[in-house]
Design a protein around this ligand. Structure first.
Ligand SMILES: [Zn+2]
Length: 224
């Protein structure tokens, strides 16, 4: 059994004993359609299958737990899985939700709800309700963020496992830094940071934290 298998076993055990499980999902779970071009249909199918299997493994790992998931992805793929949407917050938005590109209204529509994809109030084109929008309407995720904060308050002094999957430094204020802080303050927590190249753990939390240098999606596939 190599090191990685030992770590997987330990993490499974920690999760089975945990009262609360906090998950962060970052860029390693984005379908890479830029950079390394997904040229062929076959490669694209493979990438999509890998992603689906990753989410399935994650679901099997935490489905019986009191969990919450924070994702910085905006592709909405997580909502097509068995993971409970009431336990997911996507503060960077969701490409499948539409907003006025001029943000003349805080209304947000489902995809296809406004057939012309033009703002019914001002006639400006609609755009995805994500951080990439010129004027991002944050109201789309704020109620869920409040719910997450409340859930988080309930993890205090509970056996908490924090599993951070593939989040880099692009938006450290959403997952990385807050997770370190939660691990620091909760003495009953165990924090696992999995990332191919950015798995380092700051000194302050090293007692309760483990960095695992692996691609988090590959790592979790077939784990359970
Ligand atoms: Zn408008």
């Amino acid at each position: 059994m190599n090191d990685r298998n030992v770590q997987k076993k330990e993490i499974c055990t920690a999760i089975s004993k945990a009262e609360k499980v906090l998950i962060g999902i970052g860029g390693e779970w984005r379908l890479r359609e830029d950079g390394k071009k997904v040229r062929s249909r076959r490669l694209k199918d493979e990438a999509q299958r890998a992603l689906r299997e990753g989410y399935e493994s994650l679901y099997r790992l935490i489905k019986d737990k009191d969990y919450y998931i924070v994702t910085t992805l905006t592709d909405g793929a997580i909502y097509d899985t068995e993971l409970a949407s009431s336990r997911i917050v996507a503060p960077c938005g969701n490409i499948h939700w539409r907003q006025c590109s001029k943000a003349c209204t805080k209304d947000i529509w489902e995809e296809g709800e406004v057939p012309s994809d033009v703002c019914p109030y001002c006639g400006a084109p609609m755009t995805g309700n994500t951080l990439e929008a010129e004027a991002y309407i944050e109201e789309g995720y704020l109620p869920r963020w409040e719910a997450y904060k409340q859930w988080q308050a309930g993890t205090l002094n509970r056996r908490l496992v924090i599993l951070e999957l593939g989040e880099g430094f692009k938006l450290p204020t959403v997952i990385r830094w807050p997770f370190e802080k939660i691990a620091f303050f909760n003495q009953k927590s165990a924090f696992f940071r999995i990332h191919k190249s950015l798995s380092q753990i700051p000194k302050e939390v090293e007692e309760r934290a483990w960095g695992i240098g692996a691609d988090s999606l590959e790592w979790i596939r077939g784990m359970v």
